[in-house]
Every structure is written in structure tokens, then in C-alpha cells.
Design a protein around this ligand. Structure first.
Ligand code: G4P
Length: 522
């Protein structure tokens, strides 16, 4: 019997993996894909990552987008569930990309290095998840190496993240003697991921047999303590973002990965409701809705195509259907939506809420765009961060100014940079969150548009989107400060300041003007 829409939607699990670099995100992703049959050999994902060693290598890779399909979305099936992993760039200079990607997931896996605990980037990414109430599953990785005491790790998660922990499995052994995981509630033991089904056991004693004699008693006592002292798992609390189930394992040595996939299947939510300007949209509604959270250009170097990654929020997308683009009100045909697997893409004939499809286009779609089957609504919440670095672009060949303008416009639509056009008609200013983004811009202007450029300091170093309750206040401010006002890509007004000090000074001087550092696309 054909699957109903509600059934198809309820099988979807769309998530991201958040981690500090080196905690094991790539290794874990690879193991998930391996168990899901999406890749055949360990090393396929890793090999690609390892080629990205230096800045320039990274940029070459960035240009040869063909292979970094792998960094956007990966789909696999396991045990009747469809998993969509949305990957996020590792480097913090691309943090805005990461944050936007996190708007498109329903859950996250937080990977922690068992020896290092919560590291700075984990903390930051966690905070973004918390802002959006994204439920988090914790995977404590590298248990096959010298690690911290599991209780200490749990305490750290509770203290640093203010998140309740509920260990679901407990590690059996440490570093060299680490040999599997014990399921605290089910009393089962899995000696490693090669073992698909865990073994039912008669309590910790029988599992302790796998350990050297001098570690057995300590393991039994520790397990008792874990049972007594730790909170039981409460799914509701997890779904609300207050509690995280914790798993211990070693992605490299294939421990704990099956526990994790099962948890994603059993605990993680199916596609969540999404808030639009007019109403909340439920995933199992008939009509298709989607929003664009990422754009990648030149994924295929032979075609100058742009892929817009759209998260489907409700209903079913069928190839060939027409969708309304909210920003323009125009219809667009979805003739070639694509699915992404580890190393290939494939035409998507049908995709359901929770899925992510790539939509090839030539600049019609932008980050934050909403697509619907007709209804006039706009999804909220894809953020735009005020840049940390502002520069003017200096062109070596002044004759190409028009071409530069077009190129910058395209880069801004892709989210590579932000573009600000001064009201007084002076040359545009580009803004980025991290310095590496400037390098990428320079490389791409040269490589794709034949435009050699350099960057010049701008007299501004911070900017804020401005608005006011009273339209006249805003207009007055903008007229008075014309030389400090720009328009962003959407035409929204932005106030430019020389430094933080003058920003603060001006915002106190003009209390009627609201100045914000994060704008949501609309
Ligand atoms: P990342 O994407 O989060 O940056 O981490 P990645 O998976 O690349 O892992 C970082 C390093 O940690 C890699 O070692 C990887 O092999 C290792 N690693 C990942 N999971 C485990 C684990 O469970 N146990 C142990 N012992 N090591 C693990 P590398 O030396 O940087 O790379 P490689 O040369 O070993 O591939």
C-alpha cells in the first residue's frame, strides 16, 4: 500500500552534528553513512576532508564545488527511517552559514571529545541550538583513548550548558580496555557496532567479565552509581531542549554509533512545526512549503549553476510542480530538484517535509526565500548577522565596475558576503563575519568573473539594521545621517558607525531608533 503523507513525514529525521574541530564530526558522519549504506568504505568522506588542509586548498575546493556536495546535506536510510544530515562548515569564519543551516534542522548531535569535554566552539553552537530549542543528543567520542571520568563529563555538560543529562548507555572499560556500551534501562550490552542487536544480560556482573579482573568491581560499582545518581531519560524534556540523552562510544573504532542512530530514530522528533508570518505550518499539511537556507554556486564547474538548498516544511514536493516565491509573488517551476547522497546527486521525483532538496536556479532564489504551493506566507527565523569586518572593494581595472557590481550582487545573494550600498552614492561596502570569507570573495571574483580585486579599509567598522516605531523618526534620522546610511541587499536601511564607541553614543542620542545586530530574512 502506498505510504501516506503523514507516514512519510513521520519517518524523517533531519539533524546536524555540532562539534569543536577535531572532536570527530567527520568520522562520525562517515560511520552514520556507512551503516546507512550511503557509502561503501570508511574513508570516503575523510579523504575529501583531508584534502582541505590549507587556506588556498580550501578555496580551491570551494571553487571545485563538485566534491563538496558532501558538505551540505547527506541522506541515508536506516531501519525504516530517512535521515538527513545537514553538515556545517567547520571553520568559525563561516559561522553565519552554520547558524543558518541550524534553522533547517529538527535535532542536533553534539559530539564531545571524551578527553577535552565542552570546548569553545561546541559551546557557541550549542547556544544557537538553544535559541531555537533544538533537542540535542550527546555523543561522547574517543572513549578508546585516555578520557575523563564519565561523571565528570556529565557534570560539565550540566554546568557549562545548563542542560540536564540522562546517560542512556554507560561505557564498559576505558581507553585500552574500552569494549562496549551497557544500556542502563534495558540491561543490554553491545560489544561494538558490528553487533547489530545488543545482547540481553543478567546485570552488570556478566558484562564485567569482558574487563580485566582489576577493573571489574569498579565497573559494577560505577554502574550502580550511574543508575542511582543520574536522571532517567524524559523525552518531553529532551524535545523541549532541557535534557540531553548521552551516549559513549568511539566513532573511529565503531562503538556507540548504532546506539546513536537508534536514538535519532526513536527520540529525535519528526519534522517540527515552522513559524511563518501569518501562521504556524505543520509538517503533515497537504500543501508544500519550503524555505531556502543556503545557496551554493558553481557546484558543477561545467555549468554556472547555483543550487539553493531548501528545507521542505510541509507537504510533498513533486518534480515538475510550480511553487510561489514569496519575495516576488512569482511562480517558479521546480523542474529539477535534487537529492544528495554522499558522493552523488540524483533527481528528486518526490520529497517530503523534513527533506532537503537542491534547486538549481540562475539567481532566482536567495537565502531566506519561502516557496509555497500558492499560499502567501513567509517563514521567519533565517538569521542574517551584522558583519564583523567592513571593506571597500578596489578593482584593478576600473573599466569593469559594472561587472563587479553584478558579481558582488550575486555573491551577496549567495550569502558569501553582505553588500551595503551607501545612500550618498559612494562605492559599495562589503561585510563579512570572518576574514576567510574575504579570501573566498577575492578568489571567486578572480576565478569566476576574471576580476582581480583588493580590499581597502572602510571608515566604518560596525553596522546595525535600523528601524523605528514611528516612520518619521526613521526618515529624519536617515536624512540627518545620510553619509552613514546604507541599504542592504533587500533595501533595508543600515546604520554604519566608526566603532563600537560611536555606535553606543549614537544609539543613546537617538533612542527612537532601534539598532539590531541580527536581522531575520523576510
Ligand atoms: P572533526 O571532523 O570533528 O574535525 O574530526 P575528525 O572526524 O576529523 O577526527 C579528528 C581526529 O580524531 C582524527 O584523527 C580522527 O581519526 C580521530 N578520531 C575520531 N574519532 C575517534 C575515536 O573515536 N577514537 C580515536 N582514538 N580517534 C578518533 P587525525 O589524526 O586528525 O586523522 P587521521 O590521520 O587519524 O585520519
Amino acid at each position: 500500500m502506498a505510504e501516506t503523507l503523514a507516514e512519510a513525514v513521520s519517518r524523517r529525521r533531519t539533524f546536524a552534528i555540532i562539534a569543536h574541530p577535531d572532536a570527530g564530526k567527520t568520522t562520525l558522519t562517515e560511520k552514520l553513512l556507512l551503516f546507512g549504506g550511503a557509502i561503501q568504505l570508511a574513508g570516503e568522506v575523510k579523504a575529501k576532508k583531508d584534502r582541505i588542509q590549507t587556506r588556498s586548498d580550501w578555496m580551491k575546493i570551494e571553487r571545485e564545488r563538485g566534491i563538496s556536495v558532501v558538505t551540505s546535506v547527506m541522506t541515508f536510510e536506516y531501519d525504516d527511517k530517512v535521515f538527513n544530515i545537514l553538515d556545517t562548515p567547520g571553520h568559525e569564519d563561516f559561522a553565519d552559514d552554520t547558524y543558518r543551516t541550524l534553522t533547517a534542522v529538527d535535532a542536533a548531535v553534539m559530539v564531545i571529545d571524551a578527553a577535552k569535554g565542552i570546548e569553545p566552539r561546541t559551546l557557541k553552537l550549542f547556544e544557537v541550538c538553544r535559541m531555537r530549542d533544538i533537542p540535542i543528543i550527546t555523543f561522547v567520542n574517543k572513549m578508546d583513548r585516555e578520557s575523563r571520568d564519565p561523571f565528570e563529563i556529565l557534570d560539565e555538560v550540566e554546568e557549562k550548558l545548563a542542560l540536564d543529562t540522562a546517560p542512556i548507555t554507560w561505557p564498559v572499560g576505558r581507553s585500552k580496555t574500552f569494549c562496549g556500551s551497557y544500556h542502563l534501562a534495558n540491561n543490554t550490552y553491545r560489544g561494538g557496532d558490528a553487533q547489530v542487536e545488543p545482547l540481553k544480560v543478567n546485570g552488570p556482573q556478566s558484562v564485567a567479565e569482558n574487563l580485566p579482573e582489576n577493573e571489574r568491581q569498579a565497573f559494577i560499582e560505577e554502574l550502580e552509581l550511574a543508575r542511582d545518581a543520574c536522571r532517567p531519560f524524559d523525552r518531553q524534556s529532551f524535545l523541549e531542549g532541557h535534557m540531553t540523552p548521552v551516549f559513549f562510544g568511539s566513532a573511529l573504532r565503531n562503538f556507540g554509533v548504532r546506539d546513536l542512530i537508534n536514538a535519532l530514530g526513536d527520540f529525535a522528533p519528526p519534522p517540527r512545526d515552522q513559524v511563518a508570518d501569518t501562521r504556524t505550518v505543520h509538517a503533515a499539511e497537504d500543501k508544500m512549503t519550503a524555505f531556502v537556507f543556503k545557496i551554493q554556486a558553481n557546484m558543477d564547474p561545467n555549468h554556472r549553476d547555483r543550487i539553493a538548498f531548501a528545507r521542505i516544511c510541509s507537504g510533498k514536493l513533486e518534480r515538475g510542480m510550480k511553487a510561489r516565491l514569496a519575495r516576488t509573488g512569482k511562480q517558479m517551476g521546480l523542474t529539477a530538484p535534487q537529492f544528495f547522497f554522499a558522493s552523488q546527486r540524483q533527481l528528486a521525483d518526490t520529497a517530503f517535509a523534513g527533506d532537503v532538496v537542491g534547486i538549481p536556479n540562475h539567481g532566482t532564489l536567495r537565502i531566506g526565500d519561502t516557496l509555497t504551493e500558492g499560499e502567501n506566507l513567509v517563514f521567519q527565523g533565517v538569521p542574517n548577522f551584522s558583519p564583523e569586518i567592513l571593506r571597500r572593494v578596489r578593482l584593478e581595472d576600473a573599466m569593469k565596475a559594472k561587472k563587479l557590481k553584478e558579481a558582488l550582487q550575486q555573491m551577496a545573494e549567495e550569502g558569501v558576503v553582505q553588500l551595503f550600498s551607501p545612500e550618498d552614492g559612494s562605492p559599495a561596502i562589503v561585510g563579512v563575519v570572518g576574514a576567510l570569507q574575504l579570501d573566498v570573495l577575492k578568489e571567486r571574483l578572480q576565478g569566476e568573473y576574471g576580476l582581480p580585486v583588493s580590499f581597502e579599509m572602510s571608515r566604518f567598522s560596525v553596522c546595525r539594521w535600523i528601524s523605528a516605531e514611528n516612520k518619521d523618526d526613521l526618515e529624519k534620522f536617515m536624512t540627518q545621517r545620510r553619509g552613514d546610511i546604507c541599504r542592504d541587499l533587500d533595501g533595508d536601511p543600515v546604520f554604519m558607525a566608526q566603532d563600537q564607541f560611536s555606535l553606543r553614543y549614537e544609539s543613546e542620542r537617538y533612542p527612537a531608533i532601534k539598532m539590531v545586530a541580527i536581522k531575520e530574512y523576510h
